[in-house]
Design a protein around this ligand. Sequence first.
Ligand SMILES: NC(=O)c1ccc[n+]([C@@H]2O[C@H](COP(=O)([O-])OP(=O)(O)OC[C@H]3O[C@@H](n4cnc5c(N)ncnc54)[C@H](OP(=O)(O)O)[C@@H]3O)[C@@H](O)[C@H]2O)c1
Length: 258
Amino acid sequence: MLLQDKVVIISGIGPGLGRSLALRCAAAGADVVLAARTPSRLEEVAEEVAALGRRAVAVRTDITDEASCRRLIDTALAECGRLDGLVNNAFSIPPLADLADTDPDGIRASIETNVLAALRLTTLAAPALAEHGGSVVMVNSTVLRHSRRTFGAYKMSKAALLALAQSLATELGPSGVRVNTIAPGYIWADNLKFYFKHLAKERGVPTRQVYEETAADIDLRRLPEPDEIADTAVFLLSPLARAVTGQCLDVNCGEFHH
Ligand SMILES: NC(=O)c1ccc[n+]([C@@H]2O[C@H](COP(=O)([O-])OP(=O)(O)OC[C@H]3O[C@@H](n4cnc5c(N)ncnc54)[C@H](OP(=O)(O)O)[C@@H]3O)[C@@H](O)[C@H]2O)c1
């Protein structure tokens, strides 16, 4: 049990990676504090966590709002008494278009959520994390590793998030707090399944064919599942990674090498 009796806040509890992060942290022995804007989703995932025998505290949170973030940290400490980990998973996708065709306000909004809100939450959590040699994980993306068209604005925000994680590792290291990044590529969850089904229908081929064609260029010949990505965050949150900070762990079955 890598996270036995630790307390971890996870931002961005959605149906994909956010849910998996909560469940894999709980399966590793942690109590989890769940943050997102949709109460029904928080309650669903909280029930799944409880079924694993761990405590879930659901706190409706908008991470772009400072008062909301303060309430999240205060509630976590009031309900659970300590804080050992923070996973910044919430994100906002900017318009997917070439940069020249992208409204700067769309880019700005994405940077607000993906970068500045992660900074705010980490800064607010840092004093409590420092009391127990805590750990922060930023959820980034394989967009760091390519510069394909239409991904420019997303890449800008995630590249800034990586820079943020590295600088925070330096700033928080002396207080014993580690800051690391995971960078998933494809995630074989509902959104991607839906998209591949759509592509398959357009081409008149089975969905399995789209999957296999995609996987053919990936070292392990398959796409990572959400729990496999969440487990790398569990590792970075755990004492097994006690000497690891300022690093980025790519979790992509070998799609890109870094
Ligand atoms: N999906 C992929 O293929 C993929 C690939 C590579 C990397 N990633 C990264 O993995 C992470 C998770 O992606 P995912 O697609 O699996 O999503 P997810 O974890 O299923 O959901 C993320 C959740 O973030 C929440 N959120 C957005 N803005 C927020 C805000 N202002 N305050 C609080 N919560 C907010 C949203 O819930 P509410 O609307 O309820 O707030 C959303 O459901 C992201 O950082 C993403 O960049 C994803």
